[in-house]
Design a protein around this ligand. Sequence first.
Ligand code: HGY
Ligand code: MN
Ligand code: MN
Ligand code: MN
Length: 428
Amino acid sequence: IQETHLPNSLSLLSVDSQTLQKQIDELSTFSDSPAPSVTRILYSDMDVLARRYVKNLMGLAGLSVREDAVGNIFGRWEGYEPEIGAVATGSHIDAIPYSGKYDGVVGVLGAIEAINVLKRSGFKPKKSLEVIMFTSEEPTRFGISCLGSRLLAGSEELAKALRNTVDNQNTSFFDAASFAGYEKDEEKLSSVFLDKGIYSAFIELHIEQGPILEKEGISIGVVTAIAAPASIKVDFEGNGGHAGAVLMPDRNDAGLAAAELALAVEKHVLESGSVDTVGTIGIMDLHPRAINSIPSKAHLEIDTRDIEESRRNIVIEKIHQSAMAISKKRGVKLSEFQIVNQDPPALSDSSVIKAMELAASELNLTYKKMISRAYHDSLFMARISPMGMIFIPCYKGYSHKPEEFASLDDMANGVKVLASTLAKLSLH
Ligand code: HGY
Ligand code: MN
Ligand code: MN
Ligand code: MN
């Protein structure tokens, strides 16, 4: 008879956290920067090796593996009612320069371990279960965050933009994709779009990337919403010139214009009156980047977010005003002001939240409902499926740096809550 109920005692959900840690450590060796940092950029050699590693683990877990045109990878465990929308889970394994080995990875390797946990417990899925490794969540190479999940969610705008997207070595998206063994033909991009309802739920396990759970001694975060991210690219151009010979009144220094705009970002964010509004400039490139040459070009990239979309959009508007004012005042050209993405926030689905809360309490784990200030692929999966996220604590909230760390216990707790939530939603 099919196992139609959850494993009678949840203690059957035993997580092999030693093996999970070993896999996390092995995966982290596929990196373009020295340990303990991890750098793994979309479609690089290291990314291709890491993909092979993940596909192998999916195969060992008995999942049937497929990849789409841009390298989103799917591992499926067919349920006994396969025609209803599957319950999906997943995250990413790409890593920004000099970052850590847990961001995203816990939600991919942990999801495969959750499948193994359910198999070991004798569970049989009614709705199929699917593990997804999104092709790239970080904006590092092409400046677009959540590239894979945006396409899965059906972004025509992104499919169009990718036709003339290049990285900073001037390699086109499609050349990079075909280098990694994926689709070269831009006409094939819409094959990535998923039909709404293909999934009955999507859940992502992720480290918190913040200090709250650890500080409050809470085991699990049940995410209720994901903040609204935006990114802006700005270029200033001036005449440059000799850093000694050109007198100040004759200068139009692109570097100082960028510096003034950076401080204006901080000013406009703080003016919002809410601690939930954040902003920084993560990239500032000066040209020709010589100490005794007045910068003739400055390229800066701004990341600003808020849980309140309209408040964030006011900040973006003010930054644009400041960029134009600075350009006028300093006689530099504002040659680019491009809003790369300006996404709405996403709300988690109430029934998915309930399933996660029930799973945590049945496992006697303390949990707290909270907002995710980091964005995730879940932000876009929420557009085509009821969404939920499970957070686990991470050391001092560190992330996007080599000191990023999650303990075996915390990862095991997260995997158990994920496994139990997947099982509940699959039998629902
Ligand atoms: O930047 C973010 O929020 C995500 O961690 N990439
Ligand atoms: Mn990240
Ligand atoms: Mn992440
Ligand atoms: Mn530019």
